[in-house]
Design a protein around this ligand. Structure first.
Ligand SMILES: [Zn+2]
Length: 469
């Protein structure tokens, strides 16, 4: 008996020695709009302001490279084509969700993982049916088919899903909670808010975690208030759920930092860098899991594209990230405060003086206080002031970007602060720059050979043993 046990022990030990590291747990982390300049600037911003860690964890992973992001229809991709490339490994046209250029559905990593018996998770800071997560749960001709995407989610092979809420289409008249109720009726357990996530591992069947506010997005990290859900809460809940249900077999978990992109669209460096920091905080939760499963956890981080054309250095050979410390709210939040201050509801309109507007931005952005405003910059701001409040001015002068209607006065003031600190944005749209690719864990080195965004999904699938049907 002792001899048999000895042989068994020897066989087990030998098997252990010769066994290749096995990828059981895959974390696919996508920073929407996260260019390499954004990553590096966030480290500098955190160091200068004390906002967060001076090293962005994934930027120091053992494998670092870059990937091209072009779509089949343009050298500048949108999040839908970018997401389809990252989820399905297929080049497609801008706006396409999980379909090829001819409109045929193409399967994604979540489908491949599920077909092989793995657990699957999708989490984002924006709407559950927003472009990036949509590519991991639906197939439709355009990203604007929000309700089609939400309906497909109800039957999608996604065990754990998380996001602020659902985006609905105005023409349908559905309220913000419509798809939450639909999910509930479909037998999916819906948990809203941090407290509700505490028992997530005990949930039978599929689960959907939502933000505490009845909005499709989580608030910006820079605007977060006590009790607000952050991406790290979703990641923590997702890991606990997936580990308790699929710990033996393994799981695939896609996590998106969706509002890094919004900060880029709004040309708002402080909001963008704090959002990226929050994405890194979510990564801390993943790294704590990896510490418990070092031989079986693969982490792959990338972006779908860069947003804003962020330049580091605005005409001078210097950058002063510390100047951004004065900003305490995102451009949309600052816009609401601006409206409440100068266009108070129910009160007769009275144009404020230039001095009053200057005082507002002095208090909110440090302009003319900690931040020197050049004569040229001041006259540009004053021109916007005249157009906003002067005779014939349109008072609010809304500036809309893809995700927000901001006051032009506020947007211009934020851009003035950014430029004074040395951050110059090219546009409020995406750029065609390549983005970073970072990997850690078994077989991470294999990602060093990846050059295009379509190559990532098939490589993950082959390393993790998924069935690509
Ligand atoms: Zn995007």
């Amino acid at each position: 008996m002792r001899r048999i046990l000895g042989i068994l022990f020897l066989a087990a030990a030998l098997a252990g020695c010769s066994r290749e590291p096995q990828v059981k747990y895959v974390f696919y982390m996508i920073g929407d709009g996260m260019g390499i300049n954004q990553v590096m600037a966030t480290e500098q911003y955190n160091k200068a302001t004390g906002n967060g860690p001076e090293t962005i964890n994934f930027a120091h992973f053992p494998m670092r490279g870059f990937v091209t992001t072009v779509s089949s229809s343009s050298l500048v991709t949108d999040s839908a084509a970018g997401g389809t490339a990252l989820a399905c490994g297929v080049k497609t046209y801008n706006s396409a969700i999980g379909v090829d250029p001819d409109g045929n559905p193409v399967s994604s990593l979540t489908e491949w993982a599920k077909a092989a018996g793995y657990g699957t998770g999708v989490a984002t800071t924006v709407g559950v049916n927003h472009a990036t997560p949509a590519c991991f749960m639906a197939h439709t001709s355009t990203r604007r088919n929000y309700e089609d995407i939400a309906t497909q989610y109800l039957d999608a092979p996604v065990d754990f899903a998380a996001g602020g809420g659902f985006i609905t289409e105005r023409k349908s008249g559905h309220d913000a909670a419509y798809f939450e109720h639909k999910a509930d009726s479909a037998g999916i357990t819906v948990l809203r808010g941090i407290e509700a996530f505490s028992g997530v591992e005990a949930v039978e069947g599929r689960v959907l975690c939502l933000g505490n506010r009845l909005e499709s997005d989580l608030p910006y990290a820079i605007d977060r208030e006590e009790g607000d859900v952050a991406l790290s809460h979703f990641v923590d809940a997702g890991i606990r759920y997936l580990e308790s249900h699929f710990g033996d077999k393994g799981f695939f978990f896609m996590v998106e930092g969706g509002k890094i992109d919004y900060g880029g669209h709004g040309n708002d460096a402080a909001a963008c860098f704090q959002e990226l920091t929050d994405f890194a905080r979510a990564m801390d939760v993943v790294l704590a899991f990896k510490e418990r499963h070092p031989d079986n956890t693969l982490i792959v981080v990338t972006a779908d594209h860069e947003t804003g054309g962020l330049m580091l250095g605005a005409g001078k050979y210097e950058i002063h990230p510390e100047l951004l410390a004065a900003q305490k709210r995102s451009t949309p939040e600052l816009t609401s405060l601006f409206k409440d201050t100068f266009f108070p509801e129910g009160k007769p309109y009275k144009a404020p003086s230039w001095e009053a507007v200057k005082d507002f931005f002095k208090a909110e952005l440090g302009l003319w206080d900690s931040v020197e405003v050049s004569e040229k910059a001041e006259s540009a701001l004053k021109e916007t002031y005249e157009k906003t409040f002067g005779k014939g001015g349109d008072r609010n002068l809304g500036e809309s970007n893809l995700y927000a209607v901001n006051s032009k006065m506020v947007s211009d003031a934020v851009r003035c602060l950014n430029a004074a600190a040395g951050y110059q944005w090219s546009y409020g749209s995406h750029s065609g720059s390549p983005v970073g690719l970072y990997a850690d864990g078994p077989a991470a080195a294999a990602f060093g050979a990846v050059r295009d965004n379509t190559e990532i999904a098939p490589l993950i699938a082959s390393l993790a043993g998924y069935s690509r049907e």
